[in-house]
Write a new protein. Structure first.
Length: 149
């Protein structure tokens, strides 16, 4: 278990990543709000948001063959434009893999080396927040229109 100083260091990084992710997370919230009024438009906007995120993902997300494979499957699912259970499942698996294979080891390395630069860890946290934001929107859309999933 990390001690109080380590938790403070992580908290500061998380706050920084959260503030940087705020515009993206606001777009996710807007998509959910839009879904109540215009589901099809919300779906289109969410797919565009997902594609923009995944295009930038190639450099920050890819770190292992299994993660690369899941990212490829995710891109294919999003490009299809079909919001379905497969897309949600793939994004959920990607999020879990990303946390276990990228974020978690990076945090451990950061905590064990006090002189380590935080730049890469900031981007890892920011990516995790984006993945989670997208997953939340897709899950919300599935609950609003369950017949399409």
């Amino acid at each position: 278990m990390p001690d109080a100083k380590e938790l403070e260091r992580i908290d500061g990084l998380f706050d920084l990543a959260s503030s940087r992710s705020r515009p993206f997370l606001d777009q996710c919230s807007e998509a959910k709000y839009l879904a109540v009024r215009d589901f099809n438009r919300a779906t289109d906007e969410t797919m565009k948001l997902a594609m923009r995120t995944l295009k930038s993902a190639d450099t920050s997300f890819v770190s292992s063959p299994s993660l690369t494979r899941t990212l490829s499957q995710l891109k294919t699912a999003v490009k299809s434009g079909q919001l379905d259970a497969n897309l949600i499942d793939t994004l959920s698996r990607f999020r879990n893999s990303y946390i276990m294979q990228v974020l978690r080891p990076a945090v451990k390395t950061y905590l064990s080396n006090k002189d380590l630069k935080t730049t890469y860890l900031d981007s890892y946290y920011e990516s995790a927040l984006r993945i989670d934001g997208l997953l939340e929107v897709f899950q919300f859309l599935s609950r609003i229109r369950p017949n399409s999933f």
